[in-house]
Design a binder for this molecule. Structure first.
Ligand SMILES: CC(C)(COP(=O)(O)OP(=O)(O)OC[C@H]1O[C@@H](n2cnc3c(N)ncnc32)[C@H](O)[C@@H]1OP(=O)(O)O)[C@@H](O)C(=O)NCCC(=O)NCCS
Length: 154
């Protein structure tokens, strides 16, 4: 996951869901609305002490419920743990099919030369998104810069 500045967090504070147990922080996740059709699940993190108890999945489900409430059609995530998002119903796809993200935020992301993140997409109407094809590259660096991610700046 990307590190975020205090200013960024304050600006996007209202996007966040927080999981807690009797006042103790367990984890958080944000739903960022990009267009009238599409939102991103991001900044998902569960405290190691609280992992494997369904907290991450519950946070993602809260984001999906909010996306439905807002009338959105698609929700995606960029992640290094695609298996977790598969367990939440998402499909591994290509960032190339999400130009709303790849053309706006990715080109100015500090990790753009070292991006190995996989794109996971869920259609809220239950239809199946187009999956990543065998041999298709993933991550902003490979798809849009045509080179392997720079491990030193990862
Ligand atoms: C990834 C992360 C959010 C998972 O949170 P969690 O609360 O431990 O996950 P849950 O208990 O809700 O697991 C839900 C399902 O995903 C599976 N799962 C969880 N983490 C997984 C992983 N790293 N790899 C594969 N499957 C995973 C669980 O086995 C469970 O499967 P089930 O539905 O069959 O029971 C948490 O480990 C984390 O914060 N990691 C560090 C930050 C990070 O990588 N964030 C994601 C960035 S987009």
């Amino acid at each position: 996951m990307l590190s975020r500045s205090r200013d960024f967090l304050l600006e996007h504070l209202r996007d966040f869901f927080v999981a807690e147990d009797d006042g103790e922080f367990l984890g958080c996740c944000a739903l960022a609305v990009l267009t009238s059709d599409l939102a991103e699940v991001r900044s998902l993190a569960v405290r190691p002490e609280a992992s494997s108890r369904g907290v991450g999945k519950a946070l993602v489900e809260s984001c999906l419920a909010e996306a439905r409430r807002l009338g959105l059609r698609r929700v995606f995530a960029l992640t290094l743990v695609p298996e977790f998002f598969e367990r939440c119903g998402f499909t591994l796809t290509s960032l190339g099919r999400l130009p709303e993200k790849s053309a706006s935020e990715c080109p100015v992301c500090p990790k753009r030369f070292a991006c190995d993140e996989q794109a996971m997409l869920l259609h809220l109407d239950g239809t199946k998104p187009q999956a990543l094809r065998a041999g298709e590259p993933w991550g902003y660096t490979r798809i849009f810069l045509g080179r392997e991610p720079d491990q030193e700046s990862a």
